[in-house]
Design a protein around this ligand. Structure first.
Ligand code: D41
Length: 673
């Protein structure tokens, strides 16, 4: 098939590629997106559709061609043209000062040294080889001398350019960087894995390494990986600047992602200040770091210093205190959450982790206990990453005694003694006591009063626990009948703070429908879902009568949430609580129902057979998103969805130059809404 491609189409495809690359650069490198995700998706789809209609248009470095390759049997070995050095570690200020002294001694200077400070990403070191500006190879560090050829996986990482920008890069350029998984992406990936009952990753580093070493690049493509580039290896033909900071600036100019936290400082004291600043900032960063790196900035000085056994004398990694330590499990107890979920918690021999004393750590659920093979009495690795709850990461099997005890799920709730239900295939076990269970009641009220729900300021966990224990409050509606005398009965509650609580309760009566829905604590209804429901239904009463099928017509509402919502409102006790809240004058402004549907104004034509759904289903889904579905192709058609064995409609669409969507892209489009 050698159809001629209309020149207008060729030009459009070129323009789309240029635009997409530019937007990628703005987004990933400059961290300054210039278009909305929707607009970007639209361009991307258009390019993909053009390339589908005219396969000869496809070029290897087209942004659509990131996942091309088939699974491999193994990775080939690559020898790095310039070895990838390792980094010496320093664990305290004294070791850092000693590093600086050695540097100055070797350079025979008493002057302050110019250093560059970088965050030390916790990921996987890689080398990217660009020839004439085109990405030709990606490799792992391996032992520093040779690593594995992971080019196809590297290509799937959107933050890595398939070709460099500009024209002043060396003919051959090897870039060194750290591939990592952002914290958010890691959490989402693990949540997904957990829901599917698959293996969860212990930390973002393992997740990044595991994802990059997949033999099937299609899997890597689905992993949220990114990169920061921190240096260069071999270069050929083309000059490079003589300071490390300027090299990084060059990399950035050429479209490579460089960490925005990198700074040039004078003298080692400023390095230590940087360490402190980054330590404070660490939690807020979107990625995990395990320390910072100091490098002598001037290349002449770097050269004079040289290296000892594969580690440069001009760089040092200043590590943060360990976030993982060993201790023993003394007992395991079960905590009951808002939805009744029983969470096993390990009581530990207290230890200091990342600077904080830890005596409890979550064991997540029974499956995790089994998977990690945890027993009472075991020596375990406890991990504390920032604000998150400390967890038992793994067992040190070598340390296991003969008298360790197996952990079993209790038959009855430790708080209300109702039966515990463990549905086969579900990760969590639950107390069946519902709101009779004081533990669930407390958690439900805490959730209701929380900052992102009705935001009852000053009504802290301790007060709520006392209110429930003293039977002053048993449902959230009771909060609105509390008197000052009630509150004054509580421990450490003075007149002033009681009045503050009452004022906050009063203030919480004015809220929004979305917050109210979220506050109700319906299973699986988080903030985003609550907003969706509010915006689509506009009224609380609409939820009382909504069916599972109706709810599922709202984009992003799946069968599971829909079922939880219906069950919640079918329960008379829940409706009674809501009635009481409304009677107490909890209220919100009227919601404008969003009429804006994402595919409004677009006309689709379906042709051929889709493997994932019937044509009728496809039509229903499209219409729910506001699209029109027509029976025949005309110049007014926006998209033609092409299934297998497509016929004359496809020919006509091609003739008219209408955008074509294959099933995969079509499904993506449905999901993206
Ligand atoms: O962020 C990092 N993980 C990082 C690693 C960094 N910012 N700089 C690094 N610099 C080097 C030298 C000085 C040897 C070029 C490194 C690494 N090396 C490195 N990563 C893994 C092994 C060595």
């Amino acid at each position: 098939m050698s159809e001629r491609i209309p020149i207008a189409i060729q030009r459009e495809a070129e323009k789309l590629r240029r635009q997409i690359n530019e937007y990628n650069y703005r987004y990933y490198v400059l961290d300054d997106p210039s278009v909305s995700d929707a607009e970007y998706d639209c361009l991307f789809r258009r390019l993909h559709a053009l390339e589908m209609a005219y396969p000869q248009l496809v070029v290897l470095d087209s942004p659509t061609q990131r996942v091309g390759a088939k699974p491999q049997k193994e990775f080939a070995e690559v020898t790095h043209a310039v070895p990838m050095l390792s980094l010496e570690n320093a664990f305290d200020d004294t070791e850092v000062l000693a590093f600086d002294r050695r540097v100055r001694e070797r350079l025979q200077t008493t002057q302050v040294i110019e250093y560059i400070c970088e965050p030390k990403l916790d990921g996987l070191a890689v080398s990217l080889r660009y020839e004439k500006g085109i990405l030709v190879q990606g490799a792992t560090r391996g032992d520093g001398v040779s690593g594995e050829n992971i080019t196809e996986n590297i290509r799937t990482i959107a933050a890595i350019p398939l070709h460099l920008r500009g024209d002043d890069y060396p003919h051959i350029l090897e870039v060194r960087g750290e591939v990592y998984m952002p914290k958010q992406g890691f959490a989402a990936l693990n949540q997904q894995a957990q829901q599917k009952g698959e293996k969860v990753f212990a930390n973002p580093r393992n997740a990044a390494a595991g994802s990059l070493r997949q033999l099937d690049p299609r899997i890597t493509a689905q992993r949220p990986l990114s990169i920061f580039c921190y240096g260069i290896g071999m270069t050929q033909q083309g000059s490079m600047p003589n300071k490390h900071s300027e090299i990084l600036a060059c990399l950035k100019k050429w479209g490579l992602r460089v960490n925005a936290e990198v700074v040039v400082v004078r003298g080692i004291q400023e390095c230590l200040d940087y360490y402190k600043r980054m330590g404070n900032k660490r939690e807020k960063l979107a990625y995990e770091i395990d320390g910072v790196v100091y490098k002598v900035n001037h290349l002449v000085e770097q050269e004079k210093l040289g290296f000892v056994s594969r580690a440069p004398r001009w760089a040092v990694a200043h590590k943060f205190p360990a976030q993982e330590v060993w201790t023993t499990i003394e007992a395991v107890e079960f905590q009951v959450g808002r939805t009744g979920a029983l969470t096993p918690v390990a009581r530990l021999q207290p230890v200091v982790v990342g600077g904080v004393t830890v005596s409890n750590a979550t064991l997540h659920n029974m499956d995790e206990i089994q998977r990690k093979d945890i027993h009472v009495g075991d020596t375990v690795v406890v991990r504390r990453a920032g604000d998150v709850i400390p967890e038992v990461a793994s067992v040190i099997k070598k340390q296991r005694h003969a008298h360790v005890k197996i952990i079993t799920l209790p038959k009855y709730c430790p708080v209300c003694h109702s039966a515990v239900e463990h549905i086969i295939g579900e990760a969590v076990a639950r107390c069946t006591g519902g709101l009779h269970c004081p533990a669930q009641r407390k958690e439900a009220i805490k959730h209701f009063a929380g900052r992102r729900a009705l935001d009852v300021e000053g009504l802290g966990d301790k007060i709520i626990e006392q209110l429930v224990d003293s039977k002053l409050v048993s449902t959230v509606a009771d909060l609105y009948h509390l008197t000052k005398d009630d509150l004054l009965q509580l421990e450490r509650m003075a007149d002033k703070s009681a009045q503050n609580v009452l004022d906050a309760i009063e203030k919480s009566k004015t809220t929004t429908l979305a917050r109210f829905l979220y506050a109700l604590g319906i299973r699986e209804v988080g903030e985003a879902t609550a907003k969706l429901l509010a915006n689509h239904l506009g009224e609380l009463t609409a939820l009382y009568s909504a069916t599972v099928a109706e709810l599922q017509r709202i984009p992003d509402i799946g069968p599971v949430v829909a079922e939880h919502i219906v069950n919640f409102f079918a329960d008379k006790r829940n409706r009674d609580v809501i009635d009481k809240l409304l009677k107490a004058n909890v209220h919100w402004p009227k919601v404008k129902v969003s009429k804006h549907l994402p595919l409004a104004g677009k006309t689709f034509v379906l042709t051929g057979t889709l493997s994932s759904m019937s044509r009728e289903e496809a039509k229903t889904k499209l219409e729910a998103l506001g699209a029109k579905v027509a029976g025949s192709v005309s110049s007014k058609t926006s998209y033609v969805v092409v299934g297998s064995e497509a016929g004359s409609k496809l020919d006509k669409a091609k003739k008219l130059g209408i955008a074509l969507l294959d099933e995969e892209v079509f499904l993506e489009l449905l999901l993206a809404r």
